[in-house]
Design a protein around this ligand. Structure first.
Ligand SMILES: Cc1ncc(COP(=O)(O)O)c(C=O)c1O
Length: 352
């Protein structure tokens, strides 16, 4: 009888309960699809794909467009099926047996999970004040143990704040043999990014996704921006032709709609701030956020009961109360104005 690897059998995999409700504010998706003009242009282009042929393995055109977007050379870009596949490639190439992944908790759970899947030892460093990285603790972890990959998420999921530039700069300057991964899945909601920390010599990779700000979670497209020494490593572990022809075209076309994307991001940021002030009026403690979600504290109530009360009223949010350091916390994705109203009404009822 074939046996699953012993170290994997002990793991529980990724769990995010999917409940059939009308208002889904649990996975940080965008509330809207891309503009109709994008869908029409894509439908036109799909007709010209040579379906009998493998796609362009080097993703030449999409990489060129992304390189132009970020003003970097084309060999600084690697594309994949969502940023999770980028993260997996990073861990396959720079993690693995005998190496470490340093993660800051609470944080994005997949960093640790993919690390374990790839046989990488996970070292957890507790965050400090305001859920930000405690630089002293971080440097201690970097200097103590084998090299590997250090995950910085900015803005951080599920806590929402961007890391101060100085913190990330210090980690990059002290990286030694580590690779610093800056996961910028939510960065467009924050306004400023950390792409300028990458250079030919710096051991830094920035990961991005089309899932959040671009409203394309269904497409599964993400990419890395990194110096060629890192991109070459990622290319060693990706499967041939892993990004399909339709996705390559969709990604390129999406970049024609950057103004529409920016307008939608600005709308979401406005809704985020409306949600935060309304929550404050309701007496709910809510952390500052630079992302498209907010983390609320259910204080003396049971987070599970509040979560269930919302589900009973047709609103699904993410219960983070069982995660390390997040007792009592629920994460709420910023939805459309009507979805946010539905959430606020349901929450008011539950708290009453
Ligand atoms: C911080 C962070 N990184 C990466 C991802 C994965 O995104 P993708 O859909 O591109 O795989 C997510 C998704 O929620 C995320 O929160």
């Amino acid at each position: 009888m074939a046996r699953i690897r012993d170290d994997l059998r002990a793991l529980s995999g990724y769990h995010s309960p999917q409940v059939d409700v009308t208002v889904r504010l649990n996975t940080n998706e965008a509330p809207f699809s891309p503009p109709p003009a994008f869908a029409h242009a894509l439908a036109d282009r799909l007709g010209s794909i040579d379906w009998n042929r493998y796609p362009d393995r080097a993703a030449t055109d999409l990489r060129a467009r992304l390189a132009a977007l970020h003003s970097v050379p084309e060999n600084w870009i690697m594309v994949a099926n969502g940023s999770n596949e980028v993260l997996q490639s990073i861990l396959l190439a720079f993690g693995g047996p005998g190496r470490r992944a340093v993660v800051f908790e609470p944080g994005y759970q997949m960093h640790a999970q993919i690390a374990r899947n790839t046989g990488t030892t996970v070292e957890v460093v507790e965050r400090g004040e305001g859920f930000l990285i405690d630089v002293d603790r971080a440097l201690e972890a970097l200097n103590d143990g084998p090299p590997g990959v250090v995950f910085v998420t900015s803005p951080n999921n599920p806590t929402g704040r961007s890391e101060p530039r100085e913190t990330v700069r210090t980690l990059v300057d002290s990286a030694g043999d580590h690779l610093i991964v800056i996961d910028e899945a939510y960065v467009q909601f924050a306004g400023s990014d950390l792409l300028d920390l990458i250079d030919e010599e710096a051991p830094v990779v920035v990961t991005r996704t089309f899932s959040k700000t671009w409203g394309m979670a269904g497409l599964r497209l993400g990419y890395a921006v990194a110096p060629p020494s890192v991109v070459t490593g990622l290319e060693l572990v990706t499967l041939p032709y892993h990004v399909d022809a339709a996705k390559l075209i969709a990604g390129e076309l999406a970049l024609d709609f950057i103004d529409e994307m920016n307008t939608r991001v600005a709308g979401t940021v406005g809704e985020r701030e409306r949600l935060r002030s309304r929550l404050a009026e309701l007496g709910v403690s809510v952390a500052p956020s630079d992302a498209n979600f907010v983390l609320i504290d259910t204080a003396d109530r049971s987070a599970e009961a509040v979560w269930q009360g919302l589900v009973d009223r047709g609103v699904l949010v993410r219960d983070c109360s069982g995660w390390p350091g997040l007792a009592g916390r629920l994460r709420v994705t910023v939805g459309s104005p009507s979805e946010n109203d539905a959430f606020l009404t349901a929450l008011e009822e539950v708290l009453r």
